[in-house]
Write a protein that binds this ligand. Structure first.
Ligand code: SF4
Ligand code: SF4
Length: 367
């Protein structure tokens, strides 16, 4: 099996520059019309983790979303935006604060809100993911403290509605278990087309509290596994050593062998991202599972709330799957004996107040 993906440079989110670059990324694959047909109802699925504004570099940028909406409309198809933010954040709030709602209104479309969920294989998926003809996924190029990175495959986990996501973390707290849930959801709502927003990426302890990086790239393709594989490759990681890519390849969800991916547009060797910093979980992901199991029991990362940064918004407390966070006027506290280290609090705190505390062994390994 072979896949084609395209890499295109896009230095800024200037509206004209973005639209030209997005069109080029799809044109290299034969044009958006190969994937989307006239009259189809098309869900545009950004990464909208929270209500952070576009300049924060947390969500897929609204100008990328706008450019894709316009191309879909040009074909005579009907685009709409849909995503579920993390934890207790309400979709309506995230759509408004992230700028997605304004883009939808300006472009004459809507942001979908789930009135109900559909239970598929025990997973609660927002029904609008099934009430459309095609899905275009717009992941953000970012790291992830639990899963190492969040790209095209993990973007579709946003189909799981609201606090049901944190419930999945509770049932499957370890990365080796959680990866199966991510891939199960992906299989249910597999997109026909993917465009990764790497104009401004995030490295370090993402997906919300990492560091913004100006990378200036878009990666597109119909194969989400291939898009993620190429991202890891240009970011300096061997994709074959990554848990998510390895499992996706084993399950036949796409092409994970870089030798079988035709890269169109920019040459991956000339657009390598220097010093892209993956989170501490990277080393654990690379080790064989037997070694990983032994080491993981000794290496500890714990979330820890920085009282001076905490704004008492309660998002972490409401989103914690095991209710082990208490936020009061005088103190913000995590009960570490109950914590299952799902990192949801770290992922969702809008103020970067939840850091990761490493134990002695983790520090020895430089994690
Ligand atoms: S730690 Fe962050 S998410 Fe939790 S209450 Fe404080 S500011 Fe809100
Ligand atoms: S306190 Fe522990 S269990 Fe609760 S959200 Fe944070 S990492 Fe997950």
């Amino acid at each position: 099996m072979k896949s084609s993906i395209s890499i295109v440079k896009c230095r800024t989110y200037d509206r004209d520059e973005t639209q030209i670059a997005v069109r080029k990324a799809f044109d290299l694959l034969g044009g958006i019309g190969v994937f989307i047909k006239k009259g189809e109802k098309v869900l545009i699925k950004p990464n909208m983790l929270s209500g952070k504004p576009p300049e924060a570099g947390v969500n897929t940028h609204i100008e990328i979303v706008r450019a894709v909406i316009r191309l879909v409309k040009e074909l005579g198809a009907f685009p709409f935006i849909g995503d579920n933010p993390g934890g207790s954040v309400k979709p309506g709030v995230a759509y408004k604060d992230s700028g997605m709602l304004a883009v939808a209104k300006e472009e004459g479309t809507i942001c979908a809100e789930s009135k109900d969920v559909k239970l598929v294989r025990g997973l609660p998926i927002s029904s609008y993911f099934f009430d459309c003809d095609k899905i275009i996924s717009l992941p953000k190029m970012k790291t992830h403290s639990l899963m190492c990175f969040t790209g095209a495959l993990k973007n579709m986990f946003g189909a799981v509605s609201g606090l049901n996501k944190t419930e999945c973390h509770k049932r499957f707290p370890r990365p080796e278990e959680f990866v199966d849930v991510i891939l199960d959801v992906f299989e249910l709502v597999k997109p026909q087309l993917v465009l990764m927003d790497g104009v401004v990426a995030m490295d370090g302890d993402g997906p919300i509290a990492g560091k913004s990086r100006e990378v200036g790239l878009l990666i597109a393709g119909s194969d989400s596994v291939a898009v993620d594989t190429v991202f890891l490759k240009i970011a300096g990681v061997d994709p074959g050593n990554n848990l998510t890519i390895r499992e996706a390849g084993r399950r036949g969800l796409g092409v994970s062998d870089i030798k079988n991916i035709d890269v169109l547009g920019e040459d991956p060797d000339t657009v390598r991202i220097k010093d892209f910093k993956f989170p501490s979980s990277k080393l654990l992901m690379r080790l064989p599972s037997a070694v990983m199991k032994i080491l993981a029991s000794f290496i500890k990362f714990e979330p820890s709330i920085n009282e001076s940064l905490c704004k008492k918004c309660n998002i972490c407390m409401e989103s914690c799957p095991v209710s082990c966070i208490s936020i009061t006027d005088s103190e913000s506290k995590i009960s570490h004996s109950k914590c299952i280290r799902c990192m949801c609090c770290h992922e969702l705190c809008p103020y970067g107040a939840v850091g990761l505390k490493r134990n002695f062994l983790a520090r020895i390994f430089g994690l």
